[in-house]
Design a binder for this molecule. Structure first.
Ligand code: LLP
Length: 412
């Protein structure tokens, strides 16, 4: 994206910019590598902007949703209910009711209690509801991945040891139709072989469980977890190895069994940048700080998961301040010691007025942040799509932050 200076001038900073051609490239690369029968369901949580969901729908993807908000957004941009699965712990009754009313493809149920709640809701509307069981297995792929599964107690899924009991319960419930198995147990896996090995275990687990308990396995959802390199020296995930491995793993499956994969990061991370402008440069106790106009209220991920992102300076030829080069920390404007976009990075000469661009933030970027702290306007988001730029979220005005607030009479 060579145009960032112009975009920053036109739309102001801080600003998110997404390159649609990278979104398309990632989708097509994965699509071409995967066996035809494997269906891509975009994990909306990685970037739920309507335009981005609409783009993946246009390319043929379904979606994996995690809330009623994501359900409404998916329906709003025309995702077919048959191409929606709903996963996530703590789905409320209202959310389950909305999913049942929309008649989505399946609800990935995370506990026996949730199964019973689906039963009650299904009974009320008088029809059977399709569910899959999300299992928490004792295996998980590779080092370096952000493990959210594995053999630890956790809120996600049903422990594999209880899976048979959960299946038996589903089979007893008159309005629940158990049709699938879902496992998502790690994110940001860069080793294709490790990812495939994990997928093989998922498929084996699902097939064995269905066989042993006698339910018709109409889908297996192998989760997401496809990684992208963030640090220098990290190698890209080899999707051809992944595709071939998955191809081998699904070869024996009955044609009746749909295979879903639900990537988020792989599709969106590399397409997004967060553009900030340098406000101050200062040195304190031997450390250099470049203070920019954006921070963790819009991009929490580096401090939230301890992941550094590539950072680059775009010189704007400004005269302001004293230019510095070398090791710096890039800090935002928030009154918290957490507010860093990067620490101890080597930068070229940087001056007040220059742009500092944080890269690979299209996944778990703005959506995983804390926009309300300090009442800054939310950033605009711009999508470059087929050679044109589109504002897909306009900057919020300060007054709009009050829109949902009210002051009791007499306090004004
Ligand atoms: N499916 C389910 C049920 C999920 O919970 C997730 C992500 C995905 C699919 C997509 O996973 P992906 O392909 O993007 O790895 N805080 C972390 C991200 C956590 C991912 C949560 N679940 C981060 O900032 O990297």
């Amino acid at each position: 994206m060579k145009d960032l200076q112009r975009l920053a001038d036109r739309y102001g900073t801080p600003l998110y910019v997404y390159d649609g051609s990278v979104l398309v490239r990632q989708y097509e690369k994965l699509r071409a590598a995967l066996p035809q029968r494997v269906e891509i369901f975009f994990a909306m949580k990685s970037n739920p902007n309507l335009a981005i969901v609409a783009l993946f729908r246009r390319l043929g993807a379904g979606v994996d949703i995690a809330s009623v908000g994501e359900l409404r957004a998916a329906l709003r941009v025309g995702v077919a209910p048959q191409k929606i699965v709903f996963s996530g712990p703590g789905k409320t009754d209202a959310e389950l009711e909305a999913a049942v009313a929309a008649d989505i493809f399946a609800i990935n149920v995370e506990s026996e209690g949730e199964l019973e709640r689906v039963q009650r809701i299904a009974q009320r509307v008088g029809r059977r509801v399709r569910v899959g069981l999300r299992l928490n297995p004792p295996f998980a792929p590779g080092e370096g991945a952000v493990i959210i599964g594995g053999a630890v107690p956790q809120k996600f899924g049903i422990d594999l040891a209880r899976a048979r009991a959960a299946v038996a319960l589903a089979q007893r419930l008159s309005h629940v139709e158990l049709i699938g198995i879902h496992i998502f147990n790690a994110s940001n896996v860069l080793d294709a072989e490790a990812w495939v090995k994990n997928a093989e275990s998922i498929i084996e687990t699902a097939v064995e469980l269905a066989r042993a308990t006698g339910f018709a396995l109409r889908y297996i959802d192998v989760g997401g977890g496809l990684g992208v390199p963030y640090r220098e020296g990290e190698r890209e995930l080899d999707v051809s190895v992944l595709g071939e491995g998955l191809g081998r793993a699904v070869r024996e499956l009955s044609a009746e069994t749909r295979v879903l994969i639900e990537p988020g990061r792989y599709l969106t991370a590399e397409a997004g940048v967060y553009v900030t402008r340098v406000v101050e440069i200062k040195e304190t106790r031997g450390e250099r700080f470049v203070v920019v106009d954006g921070g963790v209220h819009h991009l929490l991920r580096p401090v939230l998961v301890g992941q550094s992102h590539p950072v680059r300076v775009l010189s704007c030829g400004g005269e302001g301040g004293v230019g510095v080069a070398g090791r710096c920390s890039i800090a935002g404007p928030l009154c918290t010691a957490l507010d860093y976009l990067a620490r101890g990075v080597e930068l070229p000469v940087v001056r007040v007025g220059d742009l500092v661009v944080v890269e690979r933030v299209g996944a778990y970027g703005f959506t995983e942040s804390m926009p309300y702290f300090l009442s800054h306007p939310t950033p605009a988001e711009v999508l470059i799509w087929e050679g044109r730029e589109h504002v897909i979220r306009r900057r919020q005005r300060p007054e709009e932050l009050w829109a949902w607030q009210s002051v009791p009479e007499g306090l004004l």
